[in-house]
Design a binder for this molecule. Structure first.
Ligand SMILES: CC(C)(COP(=O)(O)OP(=O)(O)OC[C@H]1O[C@@H](n2cnc3c(N)ncnc32)[C@H](O)[C@@H]1OP(=O)(O)O)[C@@H](O)C(=O)NCCC(=O)NCCS
Length: 222
């Protein structure tokens, strides 16, 4: 794809590495630099690109020269990503969003800033995705459902139709939200959990864990 825009990625962890990969392979953005807080810089380059201190990033690349993506995961229930998004905006940077060419969606899907949507997400009609939300690979977001700001939806999550996931939630792999359910702010929905009723602020849910059989595998598939 032709590169028409420049991007600075905040972070030098594995999420930042994946963001660099996706933007390079599947977007109009050329990643030109990384940035992190000054006291966390371990190396002056990452993936062959310069790493600049975030505190003075504007003296290296001005906000009119490049957009920024804050590639921070769900630390402190997404508050760290939200805080650096706010600081980057205060410095004047536009926060870019990425929607994989391998995701399914409709052209009028409302997607906020600093949103990253990986491959095989299926966004049905009338879905809205708030600022700072990450949809890792393979989720289903049902029709008329909205995901708030600063959420982290991991992989193979099913959000059924007419749901509302409020701000700063984490939803673990293979979790299922039944239709017409509201997930309250700062909820942590564990891997494999099934949620059938509205939840309350900052609750944590887990599903049913696997049980171990008192047998060894050599007894099977003879
Ligand atoms: C909910 C979660 C954060 C709980 O974390 P945790 O620190 O492992 O929880 P604990 O160790 O205190 O577990 C308490 C009990 O709940 C069980 N449990 C934890 N998470 C569970 C889950 N998702 N489903 C079923 N049982 C679960 C544990 O096995 C443990 O049971 P035990 O007391 O009988 O041994 C975590 O299990 C989880 O689901 N994380 C999300 C994983 C994920 O989606 N990762 C993708 C990242 S990109």
């Amino acid at each position: 794809m032709q590169k028409t825009k420049k991007a600075i990625v905040f972070g030098t962890g594995s999420f930042a590495e994946v963001v660099h990969f996706m933007l390079s392979k599947d977007s109009a953005y050329e990643v030109v630099a990384f940035t992190v807080s000054k006291d966390t810089i371990k190396d002056t380059t990452f993936l062959g690109l310069p790493v600049y201190p975030f505190e003075s990033i504007e003296s290296f690349i001005a906000s009119y020269e490049a957009e920024m993506f804050i590639a921070i995961g769900y630390a402190k229930m997404n508050d760290v990503r939200a805080e650096f998004m706010s600081q980057a905006k205060f410095k004047g940077y536009k926060l870019l969003s990425y929607l994989s060419s391998r995701a399914q969606h409709w052209k009028d899907t409302k997607i906020g800033e600093n949103v990253f949507i990986f491959e095989n997400n299926n966004l049905q009609p009338f879905v809205e995705i708030g600022d700072g939300t990450i949809l890792w690979s393979g989720n289903h977001i049902g029709h008329h459902s909205s995901i708030g700001k600063y959420c982290f939806i991991t992989s193979h999550v099913v959000v059924s139709g007419h749901c509302r996931v409020e701000d700063s939630c984490f939803i673990g792999v293979n979790a299922t939200i039944a239709d017409d359910v509201k997930i309250a702010k700062k909820n942590l929905i564990g891997a494999g959990a099934l949620i059938t009723k509205n939840t309350d602020y900052a609750e944590v849910y887990t599903g049913t864990k696997a049980t171990i059989l008192n047998k060894t595998s050599d007894r099977f598939f003879q």
